[in-house]
Structure formats: structure tokens, C-alpha cells
Design a protein around this ligand. Structure first.
Ligand SMILES: [Zn+2]
Length: 281
């Protein structure tokens, strides 16, 4: 064997080795959304003892909005929104895209029953995690707030139907494209959380849980009854940017242009019909 072919062989071996290492790091993620996988939603409760509640909790999220746990109430008077402009970063967490508001409470708070919950981060699920009369829609934004005194979480959920592009996501398009399949956090400068318009006068309210491990209960959920709209291109970008998709779903996607990622199955199975979302490419 010539020196040249030996070097080529060596480089090939090195590449194989590095691919193997990258694969291992990849597999070390603590949980995934892949149906039937060892770290999939059905197994979350078995993976760690602190995650037990994912399996045996009584107030787990997400649920359907027709569930008896849900109350429809007037937004005015119940929730005081005190968000303000703040520096933010954006990160690809592998299973979703997260926008983190910097500082500790610098992006303001919401007040529910006299308690201040400070804005921490936004992230998106496509399709929606919560459903309305059994139907899941295009996209769901979670605005995560925490009361630093008690560590209790309050999440505002905004659901979107396919239609006109969402103004806030339009601003993030370039940044999201720059972190497709990269798990790094980039600075995106100053943004105003109030650009997410929470129109309408009614909200759905229920007590639930985090929808990812450790599935902690006691989360105050506020879902805006009025839906926003988002374009197919925007949802596709959010889905394509993350890589938490099972090979099976990849296949389905390739065939039928369908892909379902980063959503936890509804835990309260009063609903059995889940709308598949067709994506235009
Ligand atoms: Zn979420």
C-alpha cells in the first residue's frame, strides 16, 4: 500500500471514529419525543426517580380544552401583563427552539391573584400540545414565567392556525436559520415580549404540569382562547431547525409531507382524535 492510500485510509478511519463519537453525544440526551424509543414520552417516568410524576401524576399536561379541569374565564382582571423590552438569546435545544430573556426578571412579569411570575423564556411546539375539541393546530408558543419566592411556574400558551405569517417569528427567522441543527446559544439583541399580541377577552385556565421532564405539577396554565396565525414556512423552519425526529417520522415526512415532533401526547385521554398536520413544502 502506498503512503498516499495509507493516509487516505487513516483519514477515513478517523472520520468514522468522530462520527461515532458525535452519535454517542447525540444519544446522551436525557429524553426524546420518539414514540416507542427508550427515552420516549411513554418511558419518561421510568428514566429517573425525580421524573416519576411524568407517569403517575394526576395533574399532567397537556390536555384538551374541553376537559372538566379547564375553566373559561375573562382575561381582564385575572391576569395583569407587565412585560417589557429586554435582551434575549436564542438556542436550539434539540427538541425545540428556545428564546431566553436575559437578566433575572428584566423582561417583566405577569400578575395572577396578586403573585408576580417573572418571564424567563419562550419556546414553540409544532403541532400544538393542547388541543381544542380533540383538534391540534399548527403551533403553540409557551411563555414561561416563574415566581422566584416559591419557584412556581405560570405558563401562557398562545395557539396558532395556519394563515398569515406571525409578526414576532418573522423577526426571528434569520436567527433561527443560523442555528439549524446547532446546539449553540446566540444573542439576538433587544426584543419586546409585548409584540406577542394576546388578543381576545377569554382565556382557558387550569392547573397542570410542565410538559417535559421532570413534569413538575402545580403549574398555572393560561391558554389564550383567541388563536393567532402563522405561515407554513415559519412552522416548517421551526420543525426543520430541530432534529428530534424519529427515523419513522422522517420516512412519513418524506412520503406524505408530514412530521410530528416535540409534542407530548395528551395525558388525559378523553380525546382520541388527533389531527395530522399537513405541511406544504
Ligand atoms: Zn412547552
Amino acid at each position: 500500500m502506498s503512503n498516499f492510500s495509507f493516509s487516505v485510509l487513516l483519514i477515513c478511519l478517523l472520520c468514522l471514529l468522530l462520527t461515532g463519537i458525535a452519535q454517542e453525544v447525540e444519544d446522551e440526551r436525557e429524553f426524546d419525543y420518539i414514540k416507542g424509543s427508550e427515552k420516549g414520552p411513554e418511558r419518561w417516568g421510568e428514566l429517573k426517580k425525580e421524573w416519576k410524576v411524568c407517569e403517575n401524576g394526576k395533574m399532567q399536561s397537556p390536555i384538551d380544552m374541553s376537559n372538566r379541569r379547564v375553566k373559561i374565564i375573562a382575561k381582564m382582571g385575572d391576569i395583569k401583563r407587565k412585560h417589557k423590552p429586554c435582551n434575549a438569546t436564542i438556542k436550539n435545544r434539540g427538541h425545540d427552539i428556545m428564546l431566553r430573556w436575559e437578566g433575572n426578571g428584566d423582561a417583566g412579569s405577569i400578575e395572577i391573584n396578586g403573585t408576580q411570575y417573572y418571564l424567563q423564556q419562550f419556546h414553540w411546539h409544532a403541532p400544538t400540545e393542547h388541543s381544542i375539541n380533540g383538534r391540534r393546530y399548527a403551533l403553540e408558543l409557551h411563555m414561561v414565567h416563574v415566581d422566584p419566592k416559591t419557584n412556581r411556574t405560570a405558563v401562557i400558551g398562545q395557539l396558532y392556525k395556519f394563515g398569515h405569517p406571525d409578526h414576532f417569528l418573522a423577526k426571528l427567522g434569520k436567527s433561527i436559520r443560523s442555528i439549524v441543527d446547532k446546539e449553540e446559544e446566540i444573542n439576538i439583541g433587544r426584543l419586546d415580549p409585548r409584540e406577542i399580541k394576546l388578543g381576545g377577552s377569554k382565556i382557558y385556565r387550569y392547573m397542570g404540569s410542565l410538559t417535559v421532564p421532570p413534569c413538575t405539577e402545580g403549574v398555572i396554565w393560561t391558554i389564550n382562547k383567541k388563536m393567532g396565525s402563522v405561515s407554513h414556512t415559519q412552522v416548517k423552519l421551526l420543525r426543520d431547525a430541530v432534529h428530534d425526529v424519529s427515523p419513522q417520522e422522517h420516512k412519513i415526512y418524506a412520503r406524505g409531507k408530514r412530521k410530528a415532533i416535540a409534542t407530548r401526547k395528551m395525558t388525559d385521554m378523553s380525546v382520541s382524535v388527533i389531527q395530522d398536520i399537513k405541511l406544504k413544502t
